[in-house]
Ligand binder design. Structure first.
Ligand SMILES: CC(C)(COP(=O)(O)OP(=O)(O)OC[C@H]1O[C@@H](n2cnc3c(N)ncnc32)[C@H](O)[C@@H]1OP(=O)(O)O)[C@@H](O)C(=O)NCCC(=O)NCCS
Length: 177
């Protein structure tokens, strides 16, 4: 990882840079032009569902080059954390920035005694952080994706009886359609 990288909680004045970053990062994927993910972040903010303590930016020389947004989600009768979007500026990918952002979320979620973090993503990427397929743990997927994309990281506060249907914050419903 780069030694000049700063990971810090997102501040209100980062919102515009994060919007552009999310759009640019997802525009480089085969399944999106970046607009749905960018709109998702805006909608999560508008709804007040972003978790500020678990939402970070990565900065290099004062410039935002990475972002992870976490939002409040529910699982069964309890709560969970929804991780995503995670985005790194296309010019700065594959330098450990995404990993540093995920590691910050995981460490902070542990400190805050969150029981679980859930996401939709590439198992090849998130498996390295300990995420596993959620369905075998009894965690119900909120959408029609293949099970292997719907992943959970159980933390120290996890207990098997917390498993149940998972629901993202409402803003995700636009993506799920
Ligand atoms: C996915 C993304 C956030 C990763 O961030 P990054 O800073 O480029 O990733 P890192 O440098 O931390 O990568 C860590 C490791 O994962 C690997 N990796 C990166 N992207 C990967 C992918 N899509 N699938 C599998 N492995 C991947 C890297 O090769 C690296 O492996 P290494 O440590 O053995 O060298 C970034 O590439 C991105 O913004 N992509 C477009 C948006 C996106 O797809 N977001 C995630 C949606 S689930």
């Amino acid at each position: 990882m780069r030694t000049d990288l700063v990971i810090r909680p997102e501040r209100p004045e980062d919102a515009e840079a994060v919007r552009e970053l999310v759009r640019a990062a997802f525009a480089g994927t085969e399944y999106s032009d970046g607009r749905p993910e960018s709109a998702l972040v805006d909608a999560l903010r508008a709804d007040g569902d972003v978790l500020p303590a678990l939402t970070f930016v990565a900065e290099l020389d004062g410039r935002v080059v990475g972002s992870v947004v976490c939002s409040r989600a529910t699982m069964g009768e309890g709560t969970s954390v929804g991780l995503g979007p995670l985005a790194v500026d296309p010019g700065y990918q594959a330098q450990g920035i995404g990993s540093a952002l995920v590691a910050s979320v995981v460490a902070t979620a542990e400190q805050r005694a969150e029981p679980s973090i859930v996401l939709l993503g590439d198992p090849g990427y998130y498996g390295a952080f300990g995420f596993e397929t959620a369905a075998p743990l009894g965690i119900g997927s909120p959408g029609p994706w293949e099970d292997r994309f719907f992943q959970v990281l159980t933390l120290r506060a996890w207990r098997p009886e917390l498993a149940g249907p998972f629901r993202y914050a409402p803003a995700f419903e636009a993506l799920e359609g």
